[in-house]
Design a protein around this ligand. Structure first.
Ligand SMILES: [Zn+2]
Length: 194
């Protein structure tokens, strides 16, 4: 297997091809400005989020890789996962300086994490749609806002799609209906509570 070298954020990083399929790895930003390296072809990834791309590349080159981690969830599965039983929903900061600014009928945040019995979904906005990744660990604790008190029953109601893009999610949480959508202008999530 031959090494390839890529310059990322001004640093030369050497990496091997994917041990599972021979594919070319890429970096994935995870909450807290950490990095995971994953195969662009089969989505096998490193196990632990690292501070720098170089550390993630070292994990990758040392074969600290799992072959089913950090998969992009197939579109048709997301509703099934969410309907299966949401245990917890967390929002993370809009910015380090001003967390959770309010807007008409709700607040803004940068990203959302949804834990179900089966998966942990990380959701963030990109333009007017929501991106989501399945991840296995989440160690970022700054400006975390939980959706409700512990043990509150959270029930998934519906999602809205446009072609293959997820546009919004609706939950009932206690006696509140929570709608999460993306705002293309602000590049943030809008969380509306009714
Ligand atoms: Zn691969």
């Amino acid at each position: 297997m031959s090494h390839a070298i890529k310059k990322i954020r001004g640093v030369n990083v050497e990496f091997n091809p994917c041990p599972f399929c021979g594919g070319r790895p890429e970096w994935v930003d995870v909450p807290g400005s950490d990095y995971i390296m994953r195969c662009s072809s089969c989505h096998a990834s490193t196990k632990v989020a690292r501070w720098t791309p170089k550390e993630a590349a070292t994990d990758w080159n040392n074969h600290e890789i799992v072959d089913d981690n950090f998969n992009i969830t197939e579109d048709e599965k997301i509703d099934v996962y969410l309907a299966d039983g949401i245990k917890k929903v967390l929002f993370s900061e809009y910015s380090n300086i001003e967390p959770f600014p309010t807007t008409e009928g709700g607040f803004l945040c940068s990203a959302m994490v949804i834990l179900t019995d089966k998966i942990l979904l990380h959701i963030e906005p990109e333009g007017a749609h929501l991106l989501y990744d399945e991840i296995c660990s989440y160690g970022h604790n700054y400006y975390i806002k939980p959706i409700a008190e512990a043990n509150t029953k959270i029930q998934f109601i519906k999602s809205q799609w446009r072609k293959e893009s997820l546009r919004s999610l609706v939950f009932i949480c206690g006696n509140k209906t929570i709608t999460i959508s993306a705002n293309a202008k602000h590049q943030c999530l809008i969380v509306n509570e009714e």
